[in-house]
Design a protein around this ligand. Structure first.
Ligand SMILES: [Zn+2]
Length: 79
């Protein structure tokens, strides 16, 4: 963490890559206005995801998340 800078820093844009396991798809999370969280949505099911930024948040650049929308099944049943 001392010597390695995030890859995205060279572009001036920070984001997290994320793998949505539930939908088996990839997306990105970007910092919100307050720079307190990375926020993004699963491109398939629309699940909103928040990851805290900060010293006690995360330095990771890649995440995995399980989308639970499919399990809840409140959107639309699949026939
Ligand atoms: Zn999803």
């Amino acid at each position: 963490m001392d010597s390695s800078q995030p890859i995205a820093s060279k572009t001036g844009k920070k984001f997290l890559g994320i793998h949505f396991l539930g939908c088996n798809t990839y997306g990105r999370l970007y910092p919100n206005k307050e720079k307190s969280h990375y926020v993004g949505r699963c491109p398939r099911c629309g699940l909103t995801l928040k990851v805290k930024i900060g010293a006690h948040g995360t330095d990771e650049r890649f995440f995995r998340s399980t989308c639970l929308m499919n399990r809840i099944g409140s959107v639309s049943p699949k026939y």
